[in-house]
Design a binder for this molecule. Structure first.
Ligand code: NAP
Length: 263
């Protein structure tokens, strides 16, 4: 009988960062069907609302943690929980944001803060979860990158670079854990209907409709890929085709198209 990843990593408790909206909230709703969940973000009102909605359809336990992962005291608190929680089976490092504009015109503190959230918090929490998994048969980590991490993105420079880091970092560690029962997935969504674009001050109207996905569909593909122990998940046919084209088209042409879309 084949043992599924879920069976290997029981007991099932999932920690999800950035769960108050978008992809993180979609992960929380889906994972609560068969996991106890810990949902983490700054906005506790929204986390409470999400927990209430989830409890209408699930018997799973939902813990709410208020944390700003760019603040070292808050991050330390979550690192300790992730390191020591005996029931941890899955960590979803999802919290992240982007900025849009010519780099020199953007507020430097916001760019550094972005690196602290998209990279520093993710690296610390990945380390914490792997430390926890040392005493277990298995475990899983999903690190949310982006298709923006596949190429340098002018007017999105810091964001794309942070996501390129997440991709390289996660793929490398996935290889360190080959055949160990511990799985790391790099999730690379494309344009997904969430609050991300508004927060990033990004003009959504430039992006053709067929490139957009719903957060719930992104999460469904990610968890199906995790079940197959797939190291990278690029949800949606359009995004898969786009990233394949990035590998085969001349780099100059790709960069010109990206410039037009992102400017
Ligand atoms: P979203 O709706 O804006 O959600 C972002 C989440 O991150 C929110 O729950 C937010 O909660 C949390 N967050 C932001 N700053 C935080 C901080 N300092 N500490 C803790 N939590 C923080 O955007 P989303 O699209 O779901 O984004 C989720 C992930 O997907 C991000 O890593 C993003 O880069 C990636 N992604 C998104 C797209 C897209 O098109 N939407 C595409 C590719 C990749 P609070 O404000 O309550 O803290």
């Amino acid at each position: 009988m084949n043992i599924t990843l879920e069976q290997k990593i029981e007991p099932n408790k999932a920690y999800i960062t950035g769960a108050s909206s978008g992809i993180g909230a979609a992960f929380a709703k889906k994972l609560a069907k068969d996991h106890d969940i810990v949902i983490i973000a700054r906005d506790t009102e929204r986390l409470n609302q999400l927990a209430e909605d989830i409890k209408k359809n699930s018997d799973s336990k939902v813990d709410i943690i208020e944390a700003d992962l760019t603040k070292s005291t808050d991050l330390k608190k979550i690192v300790k929980m992730v390191t020591t929680d005996k029931n941890l089976s899955l960590l979803v490092n999802n919290a992240g944001y982007g900025t849009t504009g010519k780099f020199v015109d953007l507020k430097i503190d916001q760019e550094i803060n972005q690196i602290n959230l998209n990279i520093v918090a993710l690296v610390r929490l990945t380390h914490a979860a792997l430390t926890n998994f040392k005493s277990k048969i298995g475990g899983a980590i999903i690190n949310v990158a982006s298709i923006a991490g596949f190429l340098p993105a002018p007017y999105n420079a810091t964001y794309a670079a942070t996501k390129s880091f997440v991709r390289s970092f996660t793929e490398a560690i996935h290889k360190e854990y080959k055949d160990s029962g511990i799985v790391l997935q790099t999730l690379c969504p494309g344009f997904t209907k969430t609050e991300f674009q508004t927060r990033a001050n990004f003009d959504e109207s430039k992006i053709p409709g067929f490139l957009w996905m719903d957060a719930a569909d992104v999460v469904k593909e990610s968890l199906e890929a995790l079940e197959r122990e797939q190291s990278i998940c690029i949800p949606g046919l359009a995004n898969k085709s786009l990233t394949t084209l990035l590998d085969v088209l001349p780099k100059n042409l790709v960069q010109q198209i990206a410039d037009i879309m992102l400017k």
